[in-house]
Design a protein around this ligand. Structure first.
Ligand code: PPS
Length: 278
C-alpha cells in the first residue's frame, strides 16, 4: 500500500501497536466522513456535553493511529499515553490493521463514501495538507486514484475489504450518504452497536452539533488549529462542502465515463453499492 513518506518512518510502531479491550476504531478510506464520525463518538462518550468536547482539537480527542508528520504529535505515542477510553482514527485497509485489534476483538466503525466525491475531496485535501506530494493536475490525480498509487492505495480494495467482514459482530459499516440523509438514524445504529443509550434531547443536541455548518464553524473540529505549515486552509478548507454530488462540478463527461467503466470492473465481484446524488 502506498503511504506518505513521514508515515512510513513510524510504521514499525503502528504494526506493534497494542490495542485495549475497550478501544473503538473509526476506519475509513480518506475523505469518507472520519472527522464527522469522530465528533459524533466523542459527543456520545461525553453525554452530548459540548463543553467537554471543546477540551481539544478533534485530532487530539480522536488520535490518528498511523499519523507521523514533522511538528505534530505522533499518533502511536499520543494513543499509548492516553489514560481514558480511546476512540482511534485509522485509514488502514483491513489486512494492515495491527493484529492486537483483532486479538482484543475491538469494535470498528467503518464509514464508506461514494468514490467520485472521495476523489474530488481527496484532490483538494492533497493540495492543502502539505505532507502530501504535489498531486499534479486533477487528471493526473484521477489516474492515480484508479491505479491505487495515491496515499492509502486503492479505494475499491479498501471498501470491499471491510465490506467482506461487515457481518462480524465487532464491525459496523456505515455510509456517508446515509448520514447525510438522516444523521439521527445512523447515530442510533452507532449507539446500539457500542451499547450506549442516550435521551432523545441529547441525541438531538448531538445531531445539531455535528451538522456540516456547525462543524465548519467549530475550531475544535474544523482543523483550523493545525499550523499553516501542515494544512493551508487558504488553498482549500478542510471542511470544504460536505455534500453528496459535488463530483458533478469537477469530473468531465469523459472522466465520468472512464470512472464508471473502472468502477463496473472493480465492483463486479461485490454486492456493495453506492449513492452518487442526494
Ligand atoms: S480525513 O482527512 O480523511 O480524515 O477526512 P474525512 O473527515 O474522512 O473527510 C472529510 C470530508 O468530510 C466532510 N465532512 C462533513 N460532511 C458532512 N457533514 C459533516 N458534519 C462533515 N464533517 C466533515 C468534509 O467537508 C470533507 O468532504 P468535502 O467533500 O471535501 O467537503
Amino acid at each position: 500500500m502506498p503511504i506518505l513518506g513521514p508515515f512510513s518512518e513510524n510504521w514499525a510502531n503502528v504494526q506493534r501497536f497494542q490495542a485495549r479491550d475497550d478501544d473503538i476504531m473509526i476506519n475509513t478510506y480518506p475523505k469518507s466522513g472520519t472527522t464527522w464520525m469522530s465528533e459524533i463518538l466523542d459527543l456520545i462518550f461525553n453525554g452530548g456535553d459540548t463543553q467537554k468536547t471543546a477540551r481539544g482539537a478533534i485530532y487530539d480527542r480522536v488520535p490518528f493511529l498511523e499519523y507521523a508528520v514533522p511538528d505534530m504529535a505522533i499518533g502511536t505515542e499520543t494513543l499509548n499515553s492516553m489514560k481514558t477510553r480511546r476512540v482511534i482514527k485509522s485509514h488502514l485497509p483491513v489486512n494492515l490493521v495491527p493484529q492486537s485489534f483483532w486479538e482484543k476483538n475491538c469494535k470498528v466503525i467503518y464509514v464508506a463514501r461514494n468514490p467520485k466525491d472521495v476523489l474530488v475531496s481527496y484532490y483538494h485535501f492533497y493540495q492543502m495538507a502539505i505532507v502530501h506530494p504535489d498531486p499534479g493536475t486533477f487528471e493526473e490525480f484521477f489516474q492515480g486514484f484508479m491505479e491505487g498509487t495515491i496515499a492509502f492505495g486503492s479505494w475499491s480494495q479498501h471498501v470491499k475489504g471491510w465490506w467482506k467482514i461487515r457481518q462480524q459482530s465487532n464491525v459496523l459499516y456505515i455510509f456517508y450518504e446515509d448520514m447525510l440523509e438522516d444523521a439521527k438514524r445512523e447515530i442510533k445504529k452507532v449507539l446500539k452497536f457500542i451499547e450506549e443509550d442516550l435521551p432523545e434531547d441529547v441525541l438531538e443536541k448531538i445531531c445539531q452539533h455535528t451538522t456540516f455548518k456547525a462543524m465548519k464553524e467549530n475550531k475544535m473540529s474544523n482543523y483550523s488549529t493545525v499550523p499553516s505549515s501542515v494544512m493551508d486552509h487558504n488553498i482549500s478548507p478542510f471542511m470544504r462542502k460536505g455534500i453528496c454530488g459535488d463530483w458533478k462540478n469537477h469530473l468531465t463527461v469523459a472522466q465520468n465515463e472512464i470512472l464508471d467503466a473502472y468502477l463496473e470492473r472493480e465492483m463486479s465481484d461485490t454486492d456493495l453499492t453506492f449513492r452518487y446524488q442526494e
